[in-house]
Design a protein around this ligand. Structure first.
Ligand SMILES: [Zn+2]
Length: 196
């Protein structure tokens, strides 16, 4: 299931990072974990919240117009009732596809970066010289799609660069063609690769 219904208060709790949920704090974690396909623990609360907020504001543009500054515990019920009336009690939330993550960057191998380019748009920009001065990984900004990804040297399975205490692990390049022929170059490299 790629979609799930959540209470408007749960959505606001994540969007505004303050407890506005009639069911308490736990639905917030359920929502984050759902949107991130069960990876809330892996990414950590801070990064998960930031990532999910961006997608919720995208999915529900009316969130930008919600005023919650004067909200206190005593008027929370009335505020929630109004929100339910205007936007609906339960709203359909979509799981985020990993290729659409905004803040959580993919980490790909140097071989995949050379062969398939940017993991998001496939742009074949790859300044090899950047990787010659050493280190285990390199943060890359794609000039075409403007997104950041991490390139890992051969044998490195986890980024040493930290994004809000998350170290992106080596991921298969999303643009790599799936092939069942084990004699091709592509498959030989997959077989030989250490993955986490
Ligand atoms: Zn790109």
């Amino acid at each position: 299931m790629d979609t799930k219904r959540f209470h408007v208060g749960t959505i606001c709790t994540v969007a505004f990072d303050r407890l506005l949920d009639p069911f308490g704090i736990s639905p917030k974690n359920v929502l984050l974990d759902f949107m991130l396909d069960g990876q809330l623990k892996k990414f950590g609360m801070e990064l998960s919240l930031k990532e999910c907020r961006l997608h919720l504001f995208d999915a529900f543009p009316w969130l930008k117009t919600v005023n919650h500054s004067g909200l206190r515990l005593k008027n929370l019920d009335a505020w929630l009732s109004a929100m339910e009336k205007i936007h609906g009690q339960f709203l359909v939330v979509r799981k985020i596809e990993p290729k659409n993550y905004i803040l959580i960057p993919l980490a790909i191998s140097v071989d995949d970066a050379r062969e398939y380019g940017c993991p998001y748009c496939g742009a074949e920009f790859f300044p090899l010289n950047l990787l010659l001065w050493g280190g285990d990984c390199q943060s890359m900004l794609c000039p075409q799609c403007n997104r950041t990804y991490i390139v890992l040297y051969q044998g490195v399975t986890k980024s040493f660069l930290e994004i809000l205490s998350y170290h992106p692990p080596l991921s298969p390049h999303p643009r790599r063609k799936k092939t069942s022929d084990p004699t091709t170059d592509v498959d030989m490299r997959i077989v030989g690769r250490v993955t986490t």
